[in-house]
Design a protein around this ligand. Structure first.
Ligand code: SAH
Ligand code: SF4
Length: 385
């Protein structure tokens, strides 16, 4: 006699409790009132208390919140969570760069990278989307379809996971390894403005992580209509993935250029709220051998940026399997940097970091795909799998 198990019917999933750790102050206050945990006249005080436990102390359980009475803590635990998402993989490069693969929901895997020695002390590179709708031809993320926008909570969770690992709770505002946050991971942040702006509100809150908005940089491929809203809503520093000084070439490298050509982009940047010599825009320029790296390209770039308070970040191209470009030689990059520098612009060459763990610019997502491929291979050779 054989017994057939019906595997098509999944057991009912346990209801997911709302996680307070990724909410804005206002969302937290509303959740407490609507969850019946506290009356509205007490909600401001309770919100402040819980906020400090989560965002200053880094609490991941209600039990830790010792200045809240036991009855309220139990009521909180019944209705809500403050736990972290699952960390699928953690890697540390020989140069100290750390990369986490975080799973926030089935099929939603996010890569986050911490790079020591960048910015004042170290920079966390966060993702805003899984995949990307744009198809920059030199970027591996761009070859992968958009899975979805990340929520503010999923962006904040990346910061929290990194702070757990770096041992940075409570949030010391002066002496910390994670001094800067850059939205330079997977995805186009300006296609996910609401979540990015909410996440920045939480990360910069003075009663929590308290990271100054001047130390938070949002990088965009050039979604021109969203530049002004970004500046007004976040006061974040702006980085532009320029990569070419002419429309003919930028149309190929950064195809969103066909929609918002260079002249429109430059006008949008000049109007970016708060732009000044103290708050310069960073232009990212990936160095592609024989494509955009000649002295004439450097001179065209300088000409284009005239009058804009800017620094130019030259990024040696990080290759990925099947990529159609090569990185410029070191001497070519140095000649390019010298021309830009002579014109009065700081032109640091971004040292490739974490290449051994595929954590460098434009390599994100590839490792998680590889991981999945290797898991698939393993499964394939297991008898009966
Ligand atoms: N989508 C946004 C945010 C991602 S930032 C943007 O494009 O600005 C990631 C930075 O790394 C961008 O400047 C991007 O152009 C650059 N980049 C992408 N692929 C790269 C690669 N293979 N080598 C070096 N830099 C790359
Ligand atoms: Fe998307 Fe930025 Fe990569 Fe372009 S460079 S494909 S906008 S992640």
């Amino acid at each position: 006699m054989s017994v057939t198990l019906d595997l098509s019917r999944k057991p009912p999933a346990a209801p997911v409790k709302p996680n307070l750790g990724g909410m804005t102050r206002e969302q937290l206050r509303t959740a407490l009132i609507e969850g019946g945990v506290c009356p509205s006249e007490k909600a401001k005080m309770r919100t402040g208390q819980i906020w400090r436990w989560i965002h200053d102390a880094g609490a991941t359980s209600f039990d830790a919140m010792t200045n809240i009475d036991k009855g309220t803590r139990e009521a909180l635990a019944e209705r809500f969570e403050v736990s972290r998402p699952e960390i699928v993989e953690r890697q540390v490069s020989t140069d100290g760069t750390r990369k986490w693969l975080i799973r926030t929901a089935p099929g939603i895997e996010i890569e986050t990278v911490f790079i020591p020695g960048v910015g004042r002390a170290g920079a966390l590179c966060v993702s805003s989307q899984v995949g990307c709708t744009l198809n920059c031809t030199f970027c591996h993320t761009g070859t992968q379809a958009l899975v979805r926008n990340l929520t503010a909570a999923e962006i904040i969770a990346q910061v929290q996971v990194a702070k757990d690992d770096l041992g940075e709770w409570p949030s010391d505002k002066h002496d910390r390894d994670m001094s800067n946050i850059v939205f330079m991971g997977m995805g186009e942040p300006l296609y996910n403005m609401d979540a990015v702006a909410d996440a920045i509100d939480v990360i910069s809150d003075g009663e929590g992580i308290g990271l100054s908005r001047r130390r938070i940089t949002v990088s965009t491929s050039g979604v021109v209509p969203e530049l002004k809203p970004l500046g007004e809503r976040t006061q974040a520093m702006l980085a532009i993935s320029l990569h070419a000084a002419t429309d003919a070439l930028r149309d190929v490298l950064v195809p969103i250029n066909k929609k918002y050509p260079i002249a429109e982009l430059m006008a949008g940047i000049r109007a970016y709220p708060g732009l000044s010599n103290a708050r310069r825009v960073t232009f990212e320029y990936v160095m592609l051998k024989g494509v955009n790296d000649s002295p004439a390209d450097a001179r065209a770039l300088v000409q284009l940026l005239k009058g804009i308070p800017a620094k130019i970040n030259l990024i040696p191209f990080n290759p990925w399997p099947g990529s159609p470009y090569e990185c410029s030689s070191w001497s070519t990059i140095e000649i390019f940097a010298a021309i830009v520098n002579k014109a009065g612009y700081a032109s640091p060459i971004r040292t490739p970091r974490g290449r051994d763990i595929l954590a460098a610019c434009g390599q994100l997502k590839s490792e998680s795909e590889k991981t999945r491929a290797s898991v698939r291979r393993k499964l394939a050779v297991q008898p009966g799998a």
